[in-house]
Design a protein around this ligand. Sequence first.
Ligand code: ZN
Ligand code: ZN
Length: 144
Amino acid sequence: MARETFALEEARKRGLRLEPYKDWDACKRSKSELSTEATQEAQGETFPKYVFQCVRCSTLAPLVNCSNCTGTSWGFCVVRGRGNGIYCTTCEIGKTRWECPECGTDNPVTKTLGHLEEERGGSLGPVVIAIIVIALLYYAFVAS
Ligand SMILES: [Zn+2]
Ligand SMILES: [Zn+2]
């Protein structure tokens, strides 16, 4: 499974949304690991779970293996003198920036890292509306 860069629209068409990591203060405590092998299935298509979105061209680029040791797992960390970022859990090299394969832009990890999730609102909306309508009818009936 070696999917290269792709457009967010491609994932959206298959019912996925991009959830950016926002709370970078939490990275000091977070034990969660980001695997480069993690995937998100959507309507028969396989996408990488963890992706970066380029600030310039908006292309999505998958989180890739460590360039130093080929490790597949990253954790959240604070890189000394360079701020928040991620580190390879195997060789412990930290990284705070990545280069977009499409346009060559030097991107910050913190503003661009996210994960693909299934869009939930789509199927839940009608159910919520039905419950509200039933509740309104019930109260109208009880009140009369
Ligand atoms: Zn780019
Ligand atoms: Zn490494």
